[in-house]
Ligand binder design. Structure first.
Ligand code: FAD
Length: 106
């Protein structure tokens, strides 16, 4: 079976990196691609207890795909939901872009 923690770190890196590269003003095709990706990801994620909870999260907080910031903030909330479940610190979503796209200001 996969190492759930290693799989998680790698997967969050992929997801937040997708958010970081997502356009500020995506086309309708890009928006529907991202919404489909998140839905399929939540069904295929190879940690089944994780996937069940993530699908439930997606059902109660619909993925926001209208802009980079909308998706980045949504993903940060989704990641925080898992952080709370696991007893990890809540991440300050105001710092999402600094962590995953721009790096810290100098
Ligand atoms: P991670 O949580 O992997 O985070 C990596 C880095 O992301 C952190 O170091 C930090 O810099 C940054 N970060 C942290 N929080 C945020 C945030 N809110 N927004 C932006 N950046 C942030 N594990 C389980 O044991 N049970 C589960 O049910 C479970 N469900 C998961 C569901 C999904 C969809 C995913 C992708 C992972 C899940 N995991 C689950 C794995 C878990 O979330 C962690 O990835 C794993 O425990 C390793 O944690 P970590 O402390 O290395 O940091």
């Amino acid at each position: 079976p996969p190492d759930v923690a290693q799989l998680g770190r790698s997967s969050w890196t992929l997801l937040h990196s997708i958010a970081a590269q997502y356009p500020e003003t995506p086309s309708s095709a890009q928006q529907s691609d991202l919404a489909s990706f998140v839905r399929l990801f939540s069904r295929l994620y190879p940690c089944w207890v994780c996937a069940d909870d993530f699908q439930a999260y997606v059902a109660r907080d619909t993925p926001r795909v209208a802009s980079r910031d909308d998706f980045g903030q949504w993903l940060c909330r989704a990641h925080n939901d898992v952080n709370v479940k696991l007893g990890k610190p809540v991440f300050d979503c105001a710092r999402w872009e600094e962590r995953w796209r721009t790096g810290p200001p100098d």
